[in-house]
Ligand binder design. Sequence first.
Ligand code: NAP
Length: 264
Amino acid sequence: MPILTAPTTTTSTAPTGSTARTRVLAGRRVLVPGGTGAVGEGVVRAYLDAGADVVVPSRSAVRAAELHALLGPEDAARLHVFEHDYTTFAGAGSLVATMLDRLGGVDDVVAPIGGWWAGRRLTEVEDTDWQSAFVGLATTHLAVARAALPHLPRQGAYAVVVGQSAHHPVPGSGLVSMEQAAVLMMQRVLAAEAGDEARVFALVLGPVRTRAVAGEPAWVSAAQVGSVAVALSADPSLTSAELGLGDGDAARAVLEELADRTGR
Ligand SMILES: NC(=O)c1ccc[n+]([C@@H]2O[C@H](COP(=O)([O-])OP(=O)(O)OC[C@H]3O[C@@H](n4cnc5c(N)ncnc54)[C@H](OP(=O)(O)O)[C@@H]3O)[C@@H](O)[C@H]2O)c1
């Protein structure tokens, strides 16, 4: 398991072969808290494919090992997965300090942190629900942002990942809607406070096809989420924004628009 050694690969293209890839982000150091998750896997794969060094802290050594095994040996030298509690201000701070110390910086962050919660109306939620589905997740998002964002270079990108429940009330899952709306507003405030000094994005997803849920062909895939995040990182002319990835067609349209803008 990896171990935050400094990146050694700065080539611009992958080795030739049937899966040759353009390493547009070679040398970039990308932090993906939540990278062990269903959406996170697509994000991690996309950044590895783009040549970046990818750092995935996990609260669980078991989930860290599972991700490492899932991704295989091809990009193992650039994948740094390890157990670390990043869910507190102190934990996120020490994570970023370690990246600065061992890798020399943090260039991009994608935060697919969270999951689904359901089962009670808001008037029925218990303190444990509130703490885990709202307080814990909202705290984690802010902890990572306040630790990492001040260190990102201007060309770097910070992206939060939320669901459409940030915009739409879901009866019985109100804590998800509340937490996602809070994270979306966090992105808006961070973007407003940063002005031209940082690029802060929100990816607002519909249901996602992942390793955990096959879903429907029309759904956006975890791989598409990763491709959009990489496109945002790769083009420093793109400024802070909220991007809707409600389904696969919407993701394709966003990718085409980003490619058009970058090609101009
Ligand atoms: N899957 C979908 O269909 C879908 C649809 C719309 C939006 N989204 C959004 O995409 C993001 C990721 O969702 P996902 O489906 O990939 O979820 P997931 O598979 O449960 O993964 C989420 C990851 O977040 C990390 N995490 C940190 N603190 C957590 C906490 N208190 N509770 C739960 N997880 C925590 C976990 O990493 P460690 O345990 O390794 O630390 C976990 O692997 C969420 O914001 C979700 O709302 C997902």
